[in-house]
Design a protein around this ligand. Structure first.
Ligand code: COA
Length: 388
């Protein structure tokens, strides 16, 4: 396990800013990361940039060099695409590059522009993260696919819509004071249960929104951190990634996410820790039920036990294992290509003490991000620790 210090992070506000391009959003996030790190574009050895649907939303491909240009860099730049896990995977590529010794400073991150599309266009664009032959042809959308998984979970393990509602309420509460979050308003159980149905069992508040946003982080080698006196407070100490059959019907169970289990196992092994060592986590709650799949796959809960965790107050800000203190995808927003590195940005701030919710978790030393692509056909888990 080689530690990879996070020298700086940056994130735009997530939300509806449809007039802004992805390159503009990434430029803002990268500029903030430079300032945070005390580094300059000339210091960057390589760029990994996450973006999912640039071709659909902006008619823009080849966005690796475009992101580098936005960040003022001419170093090698590669676009990473893994649907909603694009920038989480970009972070992992940066970690690997530094660990291999091939680079000392890597700019990672991502951006997505979504709200310039109508909801119908955005839904069709997002659906390309499913299997074109077997799922898209049959009309599957992401709210539809995750509702199939949620209904299967209810069938196998039980649970109710009210249990899911408590996840939405928790994540909206966590975002209340987060200026970067798309929704800074609290909701109650009635709001959730009486909201328009999107796809049963999900109503409006069970879904993450369409969002625009950018995120960035500067990863450095320990040698550079020391030589340049960067003094980062947090490092990535473990990383894992895995894949699963793309189409839901090809999986052994629609109520489990084994790609996340495998990614977590690798990340825990890499960090030399287990689930019990994690103090806080940012997980991929694109739908309320997805948070349940995540906390079970990560080993925080046995199968069938995660559904009521928020309702019991165990994953709330004052609970034993606070989940999604940023507001999660549900309330912070979900500009898909920016989400994974956005989790890294928020978790870094939470751990080093400069996030609005840091005071509630002042003793937290170990955090984890879980970032999933599609219906968890891809998943990346990164483990972060306060540097001693
Ligand atoms: N949670 C809370 N409020 C939301 C919301 C959400 N997910 N989505 C939209 N809203 C609010 C808007 O802010 C707006 O409020 P206002 O009237 O006070 O301004 C209102 O609901 C209507 O917004 P609109 O954008 O017209 O909603 P919509 O009905 O077109 O779309 C969803 C709502 C849930 C269908 C859409 O956000 C969606 O498809 N989400 C899922 C995205 C997705 O699949 N991501 C990939 C996951 S793998």
């Amino acid at each position: 396990m080689t530690r990879v210090p996070i020298a700086g992070v940056g994130m735009t506000a997530f939300g509806r800013q449809s007039e802004r391009t992805s390159r503009d959003l990434f430029a803002e996030a990268a500029s903030e990361a430079y300032d945070d790190a005390g580094l300059a574009p000339e210091d960057v050895d390589e760029v990994f940039y996450g973006n999912f649907m640039g071709e659909i939303a902006e008619r823009q491909g080849h966005s690796g060099p475009l992101a580098a240009e936005a960040a003022g860099v001419t170093a090698p730049a590669t676009r990473v695409e893994s649907a909603c896990a694009s920038s989480g995977v970009a972070v992992r590529h940066g970690v690997n590059r530094i660990r291999s010794g091939e680079a000392d400073v890597v700019l990672v991150g991502g951006a997505e522009r979504m709200t310039n599309l109508s909801t119908a266009e955005g839904t069709a664009g997002l659906a390309t993260a499913a299997d074109a032959l077997w799922e898209i042809k049959a009309g599957v959308t992401f709210p539809g696919a995750y509702s199939l998984m949620a209904n299967r979970y209810f069938h196998e393990y039980g649970g109710t819509r009210e249990d899911l509602a408590h996840i939405a309420i928790k994540n909206h509460d966590n975002a209340l004071e987060n200026d970067l979050a798309q929704f800074q308003r609290s909701i109650d159980i009635d709001d959730v249960l009486t909201a328009p149905t999107v796809c049963s069992p999900f109503g409006l508040y069970d879904c993450s929104p369409m969002s625009d946003g950018g995120s960035a982080a500067l990863l450095v080698s320990e040698a550079v951190a020391e030589d340049r006196g960067l003094g980062p407070d947090v490092a990535i100490v473990g990383s894992g990634q895995s894949s699963d059959r793309m189409a839901l019907q090809d999986r052994a169970s629609m109520a489990r996410t084994p790609a996340a289990e495998r990614a977590a196992e690798t990340a825990y092994g890499d960090a030399g820790i287990g689930p019990d060592d994690v103090d806080i986590a940012e997980v991929h709650d694109c739908f309320t039920a997805a948070e349940v799949f995540a906390i079970e796959a990560l080993g925080f809960y046995e199968a069938g036990e995660g559904i009521a965790a928020a309702r019991r107050g165990e994953t709330t800000i004052d609970g034993e294992l606070p989940i999604n203190l940023s507001g999660g995808l549900k309330a912070k927003g979900h500009p898909v290509g920016a989400t994974g590195c956005g989790q890294i940005s928020e978790l870094t701030k939470l751990l080093r003490g400069d996030h609005v919710n840091s005071p509630a978790v002042a003793d937290a030393e170990m955090g984890l991000t879980h970032n999933a692509g599609g219906t968890v056909a891809s998943c990346v888990v990164n483990v972060l620790e306060v540097m001693g």
